[in-house]
Design a protein around this ligand. Structure first.
Ligand SMILES: NC(=O)C1=CN([C@@H]2O[C@H](COP(=O)(O)OP(=O)(O)OC[C@H]3O[C@@H](n4cnc5c(N)ncnc54)[C@H](O)[C@@H]3O)[C@@H](O)[C@H]2O)C=CC1
Ligand SMILES: O=C(O)/C=C\C(=O)CC(=O)O
Length: 356
């Protein structure tokens, strides 16, 4: 057994269909008296339901979360939390809403109770992201890690199937890159492999029936494991490319992950054969070298977008994206070569088969 260190992030997790009923108990355990409930405009009704469950402990609802947390939205939410004298943020929604809670916590130290309704995984990471002047900056800070997470698969029944699929592939990406992370360890690898397996097994079920609660539960369980991996170890080329594409070209977060993952894995395949073997095994693919193809086949079978063209990437931006991808140093099993990355981006743009 190799030597390693592992420091679990301290969050309390309450999991199960109907788990939202425990909200009052969990808020009390946090010692919160005035919780500001956060959501996107589209989930305002869910936020109002949460506020009603909180009763006197609800300070108000701020239903204006926006993807990638623009600084203006963060500042508005921070002011609202202060104005209402909030002592806690309850975030119900996907990564955008959790991200808004994190932006508040980063400045004020307010505890967050997260109720995730997508598979993004932000609820179990100390990672925050804020977009200013068209540039998204991310960082890690223990202050932003939600103290409590309530996973209730019933709340994901309304997540549209295309978004469920893309978000599931976003989760797979955390686990896949976690398997070749330079700072990985046997525990994160176990979680990554089980997260991949659970998510890959659940997605076809919820595509067949969006209201299949068992499949929704398995997907949320997989998302949790994949999110822990994201929060524990360093991500590589794939996440870097997705942040560049999402932040600089305003592409939808989960869909970018869905398109790019097979291509980023193919780029790294020869440099990370053990990770490929684990990814392939988790997806039921007998040949380790076929892991990137297996991911793309799964995405195609689930009806996910397969090309950057289909999700709004301008072809004229591919050169700039390749330049940005090699600008900052970040850990990756294969060194970053601009020409090879430009070719990768072209294949992703065209929806071609992944190639190393
Ligand atoms: N800090 C971190 O660790 C992480 C941060 N993120 C960030 O999170 C953002 C993306 O989060 P996502 O979850 O992909 O999307 P999202 O939070 O933007 O949600 C996408 C859309 O789906 C709606 N939605 C969510 N759950 C729903 C449900 N159950 N029923 C109906 N509609 C629902 C939302 O209201 C929104 O309109 C990005 O900004 C990304 O960078 C993503 C992963 C990890
Ligand atoms: O950009 C952020 O807010 C932080 C991390 C992620 O989005 C992780 C991901 O790319 O899914």
């Amino acid at each position: 057994m190799r030597a390693f260190s592992y420091l679990p992030h301290p969050s309390r997790v309450v999991f199960g269909a109907g788990a939202l009923q425990h909200l009052g108990r969990e808020i009390e355990a946090l010692g919160a008296r005035r919780a500001l409930v956060l959501s996107t405009p589209g989930q305002a009704a869910q936020a109002e339901r949460v506020a009603a469950l909180l009763g006197e402990r609800a300070a108000g609802v701020f239903a204006r979360a926006v993807m990638h947390v623009p600084i203006e939205s963060a500042q508005e939410a921070r002011r609202e939390a202060q104005r209402l004298g909030a002592d806690c943020a309850v975030a119900i929604g996907g990564g955008s809403t959790t991200g808004l809670g994190k932006a508040i916590a980063l400045e004020s130290g307010l505890p967050i109770l997260a109720i995730p309704t997508t598979y993004a995984g932000s609820e179990v990471t100390p990672i925050y992201g804020i977009t200013e002047g068209g540039v998204k900056k991310t960082g890690r800070d223990a202050k932003v890690l939600p103290r409590t997470v309530i996973y209730d698969p019933e709340l994901t029944l309304s997540l549209p199937v295309p978004l469920s699929v893309a978000s599931g592939l976003n989760a797979l990406a955390h686990a896949a890159e976690g398997l070749y992370a330079h700072d990985g360890n046997p525990i994160t690898e176990l979680m990554a492999q089980e997260g991949l397996r659970a998510m890959a097994a659940a997605l076809p079920g919820l595509v067949a029936d969006a209201r299949d609660l068992a499949a929704r539960g398995d997907a949320l369980y997989g998302a949790w494991l994949c999110g822990i991996v994201l929060g524990q170890v360093s991500m590589g080329l794939h996440h870097k490319l997705c942040h560049t594409l999402g932040g600089s070209f305003n592409l939808p977060h989960a869909e970018v992950h869905a398109v790019v993952l097979p291509h980023a894995l193919a780029y790294n395949a020869a440099a990370a054969p053990e990770a490929m073997a684990r990814i392939a095994a988790a997806l039921g693919e007998p040949e380790a070298a076929q892991a990137p193809q297996a991911v793309q086949r799964l995405a195609a079978r689930l009806g996910a977008p397969l090309s950057l063209r289909a999700i709004g990437m301008p072809e004229g931006g591919l050169d700039r994206a390749a330049d940005l991808a090699v600008q900052a140093a970040y850990p990756n099993p294969r060194p970053l070569e601009r020409a090879a990355l430009r070719a990768l981006l072209q294949r992703a743009f065209d929806g071609a088969a992944p190639r190393g």
